[in-house]
Design a protein around this ligand. Structure first.
Ligand SMILES: [Ca+2]
Ligand SMILES: [Ca+2]
Ligand SMILES: [Ca+2]
Ligand SMILES: [Ca+2]
Length: 502
């Protein structure tokens, strides 16, 4: 095999040389080759380097000259014919059969295919025989920066607790650049913040977003942060892509509940039973959820009132713990406090000095019916007495403040009458043999409000005039006034008997 030295001819191991086009001489290896052609043989050992052509992707020329194949045996006078075989031969790549010049006739996209493996043949057209064995070489598509960085995990959303210290990690965003990472800076990205300062910052090389100031959810609860990724290490002329990140602040319990009103006025009827809810008070908490749950309390541990929380509305419901009596006490002043139910230790500083409010409870007077001094009365009267004989006295009073005078009456009785002092007298002579007992019902009516009526049972025993004074001890036992209200004087039967005798 004869060998010839050619300037710019790059030796193939199999004898075909690739002739580098002059305008490709910007590549270092090519430049060196141009300057030191005598070294070319020495570089055969790095043969793969030279067994390849380069073609830039997205070239604009219709016939891009990639290089030239040349047999060492071709002295220019031979009728050699060069042929191209393999991927893209004849469609993407064509060869000038006579000169061995290779052209790309289509635009190439490195990101679609970066390497073509082709085979070359050189044939003596006069004999039709191969001049040299077939040789393989590659065409590499060299990268240009034609892809902008793209964020792949959109949409981005992150949550960070409010009041987080500066530098708290929020999220990492990553963009992808389809260009060749080994080709210059075509795929080397730098991240920057287009919107979001001064609350957030981004690490230029990693895309890690951190907080750069303390934020209060109660002032603003979400932020749109816009991130740019730029290739060429952010240098001018690079391509860029942007994305947005929605950053939401989660709540921490940094607000204590506060009463909006420093004074509440509530009323309760003295007739209200225990357990009655008599009104609502309300504190406001700027936090949300569990951080706004609150408990109310009464400062002096009131015996009369209690406050419970409506867990739906967080209102405080004032409850009557013990019945009230207008005539006894007609107003109450209670001081209520409010606190959050759940407070982390490290947030206690936000919860010092619980908010408090004053509640004035006015007791409303009820128009109550008259109250008899005793739950029932038992009188004795001797038979045979004249009409108008004294039987006994009942007494009822209006429990209300205006203390209405009372009118008494006896229901359906022909034998007794009662006057406005409650004194019962006979209206007919009594005969024990006809009737020894009378069961009466005496009503008391308030003169100021005749709707207010009470009744009391009155038992009248008619005594035999010839008898000794009766023994009452058994009756006394039977009728001990255990149901009498506190403060009422229990009637003594002895006294009644004496009264009856007088
Ligand atoms: Ca790029
Ligand atoms: Ca590219
Ligand atoms: Ca909060
Ligand atoms: Ca709170």
């Amino acid at each position: 095999m004869s060998r010839m030295d050619y300037c710019l001819l790059l030796p193939f191991t199999l004898g075909i040389s690739l002739l580098w086009p002059c305008f490709m001489a910007t590549e270092i290896s090519q430049t060196e080759e141009v300057k030191h052609p005598v070294d070319s043989h020495l570089r055969v050992k790095r043969g793969w380097m030279w067994n390849q052509f380069f073609v830039p992707e997205e070239m604009n020329k219709t016939n891009y000259h990639i290089g030239q194949l040349r047999s060492d045996l071709d002295n220019g006078n031979n009728s050699f014919q060069y042929k191209l075989l393999g991927a893209g031969a004849g469609s993407i790549f064509v060869i000038d059969e006579r000169t061995g010049d290779i052209f790309a006739v289509q635009k190439l996209d490195r990101e679609e295919r970066s390497l073509y493996t082709l085979r070359a043949q050189v044939i003596d057209s006069t004999t039709g025989r191969a001049v040299e064995p077939e040789s393989e070489f590659v065409i590499r598509v060299s990268d240009i920066n034609d892809n902008e960085p793209k964020f792949l995990d959109e949409p981005y959303e992150a949550i960070v607790p409010e009041m987080s210290p500066e530098g708290t990690l929020v999220i990492q965003v990553t963009a992808n650049d389809a260009d060749d990472p080994s080709s210059g800076n075509n795929a080397r990205l730098l991240y920057s913040l287009l919107q979001g300062q001064p609350y957030f910052s981004i690490e230029p090389t990693t895309g890690i977003i951190r907080t750069s100031s303390k934020m209060d959810r109660e002032l603003q609860d979400e932020y749109w942060v816009i991130i740019q990724a730029k290739d060429m290490l952010g240098q001018p002329g690079g391509l860029s892509g942007t994305t947005s990140v929605l950053i939401k602040l989660s709540d921490v319990n940094d607000n204590k509940p506060i009463f909006k009103e420093s004074f509440y006025r509530l009323t309760v009827s003295e007739a209200a039973p225990t357990g009655t809810s008599i009104g609502k008070i309300m504190a406001y908490d700027n936090d949300i959820g569990e951080n706004a749950e609150m408990d109310y309390s009464i400062e002096d541990d009131s015996q009369t009132f209690d406050i419970i929380t409506n867990n739906e509305t967080q209102e405080g419901i004032v409850i009557l713990k013990k019945k009230v009596d207008f005539e006894h006490q007609n107003d109450y002043r209670i001081r209520a406090n409010v606190k959050n139910r759940h407070v982390d230790k490290q947030l206690l500083k936000y919860h010092e000095e619980a908010s408090s409010t004053l509640i004035k409870v006015q007791v409303e007077d009820e128009d109550e019916p008259p109250v008899f001094l005793l739950p029932y009365y038992l009188f004795e009267v001797f038979e045979g007495g004249p009409q108008g004989s004294f039987v006994g006295t009942v007494s009822a009073t209006d429990p209300d403040q205006r203390n209405s005078p009372i009118r008494y009456s006896i229901t359906r009785s022909k034998m007794f009458s009662i006057d406005d002092n409650g004194t019962i007298i006979t209206t007919n002579a009594l005969d024990r043999e006809i009737n020894a007992w009378y069961n009466l019902s005496i009503t008391a009516t308030e003169k100021y409000n005749v709707q207010q009526i009470s009744a009391v049972p009155v038992y009248v025993q008619v005594l035999n005039i010839n008898d000794h004074a009766p023994e009452f001890s058994e009756y006394y036992d039977t009728y001990v006034c255990e149901n009498a209200d506190p403060g009422q004087i229990p009637q003594t039967f002895e006294k009644s008997a004496n009264t009856g005798n007088s």
